[in-house]
Design a protein around this ligand. Structure first.
Ligand SMILES: [Zn+2]
Length: 375
């Protein structure tokens, strides 16, 4: 008996969840619209939307135009009633994003703040976030929590940052960071966060590899609506694949890693640290830029081809380079295609859709998704 009772509750919850997600995905809808789209009965839908209105998650906004019969109530999701923060911690900067239930970025910011493994750093970051929210008087009560994108191995089982070579952090318990912030926090590896932003609103069946080309190179596998973690939370660590035996030394201590050849700074350092300028110069045909791009894409195509051979799925290029390369994706597509054993085109390599603070956004979206699952 108990089992059956529980199942009914679960079904009810699943239905409520489906209805709320549908309303969020639409602008304004009516109960009959929802019933039609979700294939539920009108009384069930009407009951659910009544509950959602009671919870303050759905609002009534007058009536919808009707071609005949009674006019239907216009319903829309109160998408700004709950918000999530995203924080992207990198070696020299922090990125901040405030997102709503629909996953829209309400505001974002990025400031120069070199990481230091000490309390002062986190206290200052917390202060920056407070200021970020104060600027337009964000109601703190609405904040569900904060997702933190961190450039390292995030061990979800032991609740610690197991390793971040780039920041010189090892076995750092989450709690040592979260105690500085006023909200519940969760952690994502930076490439995982970028992949999450890219994948969470795509179709259920979407599976892709996300190659994050920022000042470090990372990767992630997005599959079946979520991230693959691997046995040691290192799934997708493409930055430390060997692409050049006996090659240059990587910051990890090994030689010939992809990170050495495809980190964004490999390009931006040629033009005063400005990646946008690198691409402008490349467009202009500047020989330094052209030669650097030749070398860069040679290694990148090698890595992308290897990844594609193993996983047989799309490869999304993200991070700074993926966000900035624009039409130059074609250079990579043709090089990858040349390498491919199976004579397929290079269309499976594509640039990321989310270019603004993707890692911070992905971390915030993870917070939103946890809330959505509980509606
Ligand atoms: Zn390495």
């Amino acid at each position: 008996m108990d089992g059956k009772k529980e199942t009914n509750i679960e079904v009810k919850k699943r239905n409520r969840n489906r209805v709320f997600r549908y309303i969020c995905s639409q602008g304004t809808v009516s109960n009959p619209d929802i019933a039609y789209a979700t294939q539920m009965s009108l009384p069930t839908v009407t009951q659910i939307t009544k509950e959602l209105i009671g919870q303050g998650l759905v609002e009534e906004n007058g009536e919808l135009q009707s071609t005949g019969g009674r006019r239907a109530k216009a319903l829309s999701a109160a998408v700004n009633t709950k918000l999530a923060l995203g924080l992207d911690i990198t070696k020299n900067h922090i990125g901040m994003v405030l997102a709503n239930l629909k996953g829209e970025i309400l505001k974002y910011g990025r400031i120069y703040k070199p990481h230091a493994h000490e309390d002062t750093y986190y206290r200052e970051v917390s202060g920056e976030l407070e200021q970020f929210l104060d600027e337009d008087g964000t109601d703190r009560e609405r904040i569900l929590g904060m997702g933190i994108s961190f450039p390292g191995i995030i061990d979800l089982k032991r609740e610690m940052i197991a390793d971040s070579h780039i920041l010189g952090v090892k076995f750092l318990p989450f709690e040592a960071v979260t105690r500085f912030f006023a909200w519940p926090c969760l952690f994502l590896n930076d490439a995982n966060a970028g992949a999450y932003a890219e994948g969470i609103h795509s179709g259920d069946r979407e599976r892709f590899f996300y190659l994050s080309l920022s000042n470090t190179v990372g990767g992630a596998v997005f599959s079946a609506g979520g991230l693959e973690q691997g046995n040691s939370f290192r799934c997708g660590e493409a930055g430390h694949m060997t692409v050049m035996p006996e090659g240059e030394t990587c910051y990890c201590g090994k030689v010939g890693c992809l990170d050495v050849y495809c980190a964004a700074k490999r390009l931006s350092d040629l033009f005063g640290g400005k990646l946008e300028r690198f691409f402008e110069e490349l467009d202009r045909g500047d020989q330094t830029a052209v030669r650097a791009w030749e070398t860069y894409t040679w290694y990148l195509a090698l890595a992308v081809n290897n990844i594609h051979m193993i996983l047989d799925c799309d490869v999304v290029l993200g991070g700074y380079v993926g966000s900035c390369m624009g039409a130059h994706i074609q250079d990579i597509q043709s090089r990858v295609s040349e390498r491919n054993t199976f004579q397929e085109g290079g269309a499976f390599v594509r640039p990321c859709n989310y270019k603004t603070e993707a890692a911070a956004l992905g971390a915030a979206l993870n917070v939103i998704e946890i809330f959505m699952e509980q509606v």
